[in-house]
Design a protein around this ligand. Structure first.
Ligand SMILES: [Zn+2]
Length: 580
């Protein structure tokens, strides 16, 4: 993250965000052409072709190096301050020096790999912190197959900050936020440039995340304007630290100085029919099946309900707003909620203390590290594995769904010729309960499910190498052809059970509006078991599915009642449970 809490909601809702940015351009025209799919893949062929998914998955485990990540972080820290408004002329200080160094590393990685990786800047004009022209730095690894022209983007913001949003004189090494994500992107460019993927991969370090996601927005606008088909965005922000500070934006830390080096959080937008959550599930599934069995330190991947931590945001958001599928990786534990304007704030985020570590005994060497390079390495592997499978895999199918008690029937309607298919079924959480595998050669699959209930279904193709596509849209039995919760005559407005339930800190409440309905005022009222209202949220009810994310807050477990009230009348009430 991270922006000032006060400006965050305004930025998210401003339709003019992109209009302030002009002259958005890629400084390398070949990089631009490849991203648009207008190139001959033969011109970027590798001398030694490595394209087998199992070979790549195994090589990633040994090639991604904690020492290498440490080295990138040391150099990023040496630029003192990477604020968006900092020096762009010096070669040793400021964001200009940082981006030129990253560019030079991309060039080095390219030289070692048949010059296939194309480094470039994404330049745009916008006045931020008194500077009028800004640059993201990125590198393009051209795909070997231009038939679907899609691109996978791995990114992290390189800019850093102190208390002052435009303070260019303080020490702002920004090691957790977000040297860690920048180092991860560089390490993936180093390691992945030797492989040959069907789809193009873009590795990018953005500028001006801290002043309002500006670098990411510029790239999203550029992609939209030039018809670049971004298949998925993996945003990495605050991804290397393992120690809790005194504060952190929920849902987060269990307590001060608690350490967690085996969990990572995946934040993404939406619920029912959200491709963003689908991408998060895909990342988790690929890790579980391709890497987990070989991991010396296995990771827990937590798919979060909300798009980001409470009141905060990141570079995945402008992409999602422009219609691209996007998600964010963030470490389980954070040192701070970035509330730097509070006089009582003592944590490291957005201060000069966001360093690589500290020399407590003053003997000249660090004895406590704030970035755990092994943990960062494990998160780098999760990114690499997901991006590789997305870049190798087949096309996503489409389907229709019908149901009878105990059986879901999937009918493929597109991409029907693959050797295998997988059907993901979930019920009460953001993750699948089961992922079933079926042989191809038919377009109908019957999935036997225990009992009746509300099932949410999606489908993926599997190619001859065993790689899955991203999963399709989701269809829900209760909406499509339900068999338990849809009454004989539909009520005009239905309040559904929240998911997940039980939830940790946030949950999705869905309201179905059957047909057109006019009303003056509608809200959700959340009450505790003593009848005390703890929250009232206005809702707007459109025909169809309406989803509201309820953010309950950290460390407030218990049972609560939520009610939908329309024009003063309680439509329905349900129970929800929060656990820690
Ligand atoms: Zn950040």
């Amino acid at each position: 993250m991270n922006m000032k809490k006060l400006i965050f909601p305004i930025l998210l809702s401003s339709p003019f965000l992109g209009l302030a940015q002009t002259a958005i351009t890629s400084t390398d025209s070949n990089a631009a052409r490849v991203m648009m799919g207008n190139y001959d893949p033969a011109g970027y062929a590798a001398t030694v072709v490595i394209n087998d998914p199992l070979v790549i998955a195994a090589d990633l485990r040994s090639a991604i190096s904690p020492d290498s990540l440490h080295k990138w972080l040391d150099v990023l820290g040496s630029f003192h301050n990477r604020n968006t408004g900092s020096d762009t002329m010096s070669n040793v200080r400021g964001i200009g020096a940082a981006r030129r160094w990253i560019f030079s590393k991309f060039s080095e990685f390219s030289a070692r790999n048949d010059n296939r990786l194309i480094p470039s800047y994404l330049q745009f004009d916008e006045t931020i912190c008194d500077i009028t022209r800004h640059r993201n730095v990125f590198a393009v690894l051209p795909g070997t197959d231009t038939s679907d022209r899609s691109v996978i983007l791995i990114e992290g913001h390189m800019d850093s900050r102190c208390v002052g949003l435009c303070d260019t004189t303080c020490i702002a090494k920004g090691m957790e936020d977000n040297g860690s994500g920048t180092a991860l992107v560089m390490e993936l460019a180093r390691v992945m440039s030797k492989y040959s993927f069907k789809r193009t991969i873009v590795f990018m370090a953005t500028t001006s995340e801290e002043q309002g996601l500006n670098g990411a927005n510029a790239f999203a606008v550029y992609a939209q304007t030039h018809g670049i088909k971004i298949k998925g965005v993996l945003n990495n922000d605050v991804i290397g630290g393992v120690i809790c500070g005194h504060t952190s934006s929920p849902p987060s830390c269990p307590g001060f100085k608690q350490v967690d080096s085996t969990q990572v959080r995946l934040f993404s937008f939406g619920g029912f029919n959200s491709f963003h959550k689908g991408l998060s599930r895909f990342i988790k599934l690929e890790y579980k099946e391709m890497q987990f069995p070989f991991a010396t330190v296995p990771m827990t991947i937590s798919i979060m309900t909300a798009e980001d931590r409470t009141g905060r945001g990141g570079d995945h958001i402008p992409f999602r707003q422009k219609g691209f599928v996007a998600m964010r990786f963030t470490s389980a534990n954070e040192s701070g909620d970035a509330n730097v304007s509070s006089t009582s704030y003592v944590d490291r985020q957005h201060t000069s203390s966001d360093s690589i570590g500290v020399d407590n005994d003053l003997n000249g060497s660090l004895d406590e590290y704030y970035v755990d390079f092994n943990y960062l390495g494990r998160n780098t592997l999760i990114n690499a594995n997901a991006a590789a499978m997305m870049a190798l895999g087949p096309k996503t199918p489409d389907f229709t769904l019908s149901a009878t008690p105990g059986t879901l029937t999937v009918n493929l309607t597109a991409e029907t010729g693959y050797p295998q298919y997988r059907v993901g079924v979930r019920t009460t959480t953001n993750d699948w309960d089961s992922v079933y595998t079926f042989a191809g050669g038919t377009t109908t699959f019957n999935v036997l499910v225990p009992g009746t209930g509300n099932h949410i279904v999606s489908v993926a193709s599997v190619d001859d190498k065993g790689v899955e596509s991203l999963f399709s849209k989701e269809l829900q039995t209760s909406v499509v052809a339900g068999f338990d919760i849809v009454p004989a005559r539909k009520a005009p407005i239905e309040l559904l059970q929240n998911t997940p339930n039980p939830a940790d800190e946030a949950t999705m409440i869905t309201v179905l509006v059957n047909g057109r309905h006019t009303y003056k005022e509608a809200f959700l009222s959340i009450k505790d078991m003593n009848g005390r209202e703890v929250r009232r949220m206005p809702v707007s009810l459109e025909e169809g599915v309406n989803e509201v994310i309820y953010d309950h807050g950290y460390n407030m477990s218990g049972i609560y009642i939520y009610s939908l009230v329309v024009d003063g009348k309680v439509i329905d009430s349900k129970r929800m449970t929060f656990t820690n």
